[in-house]
Design a protein around this ligand. Structure first.
Ligand SMILES: [Zn+2]
Length: 158
């Protein structure tokens, strides 16, 4: 994978995350990229709607599963600002997403927020499944920016 492209995808997830926060949701965003590098779908976190399962990655994968066949999704990559939680990683498993790349780990988020999430690494979730889903993260070059966004979000809790 081209490094510049990779940076651009993660920048996109950050952009979507910021937009989500500005609209009253949690600051997370995901995109679906095909094996030619084309961004097929974008999704922001939508938990402000009142449905706490509307994590961006979960919603993105639901949409992707309805739009594309599983054989195709196996060749795609989900880029996410935040490491998919066990729910979202489970969705990736069932929808046959072949690759996941995340910017910040769930554990790192827990350290910043003081916990309250599901501190279970996505690689561990996948290790219990029958599919060899490739997971990579964190993405170090943009971690400082993601940390800044998380701190801004935490500050807004009052
Ligand atoms: Zn999730």
């Amino acid at each position: 994978m081209d490094e510049q492209k990779e940076a651009r995808y993660f920048e996109k997830t950050l952009e979507i995350a910021r937009e989500a926060m500005e609209k009253g949701h949690d600051p997370f965003g995901s995109i679906l990229v095909d094996d030619r590098g084309e961004i097929l779908m974008e999704q922001r976190n939508d938990v402000g709607s009142g449905d706490p399962t509307r994590h961006d990655t979960n919603t993105l994968i639901s949409r992707a599963a309805l739009a594309y066949p599983p054989e195709f999704l196996w060749t795609c990559t989900v880029y996410a600002a935040m490491e998919p939680c066990c729910m979202c990683t489970g969705s990736a498993f069932w929808a046959n997403i072949g690759h996941i790349k995340y910017l910040m780990s769930e554990h790192h988020l827990g350290e910043l927020t003081g916990g309250g999430g599901l501190d279970l690494p996505s690689t561990e979730v996948v290790a219990h499944g029958s599919k060899d889903i490739q997971i990579e993260g964190p993405y170090e070059p943009l971690l400082p920016e993601m940390e800044d966004l998380m701190r801004e979000w935490i500050k807004s809790w009052g």
